[in-house]
Write a protein that binds this ligand. Structure first.
Ligand code: C2E
Ligand code: MG
Ligand code: MG
Ligand code: MG
Length: 274
């Protein structure tokens, strides 16, 4: 006799789903080998002061160049690594690599690194950060950790306690992708952030719209009221930069000032400035 239920399930399988699922499975397996195969790198994007356009720091961003599949975006592989927990190891690798590379540059700059919620909930993040600082000798005062609003709703996590422990080493925290997630306004005063990064969705338009402008003014007001600083993400045109400067924004990041580049390119950019 034949198991009809299984047969039907097989027939009902959507071939489109199949392709997406297979890609996911493939990336998952490949990601486990990526570190040892040396396929992972960190890229660094300048963070600048808007009044003079000068670089004061960089944001470190994961890059994966697979030997056969080519470049794979962190927007695709970070969620996979979060789902299977591999982000804990990957995140620790990223921290160590970025600190080491940053220390090899000719000028001292600030370093921002993205942390995933899974590193807080499943990894021993406090020890990971402390070990990376000790192992590399990177000055904690120059380290900034970026987290997103998704952490506020992580259950069973004493986020504030963990943040305070990590801050006690001397590093600071930024709230990334501000404005894209949950209603964060009420959460904000409860956590020790020194900076807020306004998501680039906010400045996608030319900023000529009165509504866009008043939104940015409101965020600036909020940030100043909490003794924080604002970084505007995704600045691509001189017009956007001029407008933001005029509104009183002090810090920015975007293709206008520099795209993410590898450690060697970043070092040569700094040595020209030195
Ligand atoms: P994010 O932390 O918000 O990083 C900023 C993203 O915006 C980067 O994309 C950057 O290349 C892009 N970007 C910067 N300036 C501009 C601009 O002017 N125009 C446009 N269109 N884009 C701009 P990327 O490198 O693809 O990273 C995507 C996301 O992946 C990051 O968003 C972050 O959430 C995640 N990610 C990257 N590296 C890491 C990592 O080491 N750990 C974790 N947990 N997540 C990471
Ligand atoms: Mg970020
Ligand atoms: Mg962001
Ligand atoms: Mg983002």
């Amino acid at each position: 006799r034949v198991r009809r239920d299984i047969q039907q399930e097989v027939l009902a399988f959507d071939p489109g789903m199949d392709a997406a699922l297979m890609r996911r499975r493939e990336l998952e397996t490949e990601l486990f080998k990526a570190i040892v195969r040396d396929e992972l790198q960190m890229a660094y994007q300048p963070l600048v002061t808007l009044d003079d356009g000068l670089m004061y720091g960089v944001e470190a961003l994961l890059r994966w160049e697979h030997r056969e599949l080519g470049p794979i975006s962190p927007a695709e592989f970070v969620p996979i690594a979060e789902e299977n927990g591999y982000i804990v190891e990957l995140g620790a690798w990223a921290l160590n690599r970025a600190m080491k590379e940053c220390l090899s540059w000719p000028l001292p700059v600030r370093l921002s690194i993205n942390l995933s919620a899974i590193q807080f909930s499943r990894g021993n993040l406090v020890a990971t950060v402390q070990e990376a600082l000790q192992r590399t000798g990177f000055p904690a005062e120059r380290l900034d950790l970026e987290i997103t609003e998704s952490l506020f709703i992580e259950e069973g996590l004493d986020l504030r306690f963990l943040m305070e422990e990590i801050r006690s080493f001397g590093c600071s925290f930024s709230l990334d992708d501000f404005g894209t997630g949950y209603s964060s306004l009420s959460y904000l005063p409860n956590y020790p952030f020194s900076k807020i990064k306004l998501d680039r969705a906010f400045i996608r338009e030319t900023l000529s719209d009165k509504k866009d402008v008043s939104l940015i003014e409101a965020v600036l007001h909020l940030v100043k009221g909490h003794d924080m600083e604002l970084i505007v993400e995704g600045i691509e045109t001189p017009e956007q930069a001029a407008k933001l400067k005029q509104l009183g924004c002090q810090l920015g990041q975007g293709y206008l000032f520099g795209k993410p580049m590898n450690a060697i390119e970043l070092a040569s950019m700094l040595s020209k400035a030195a």
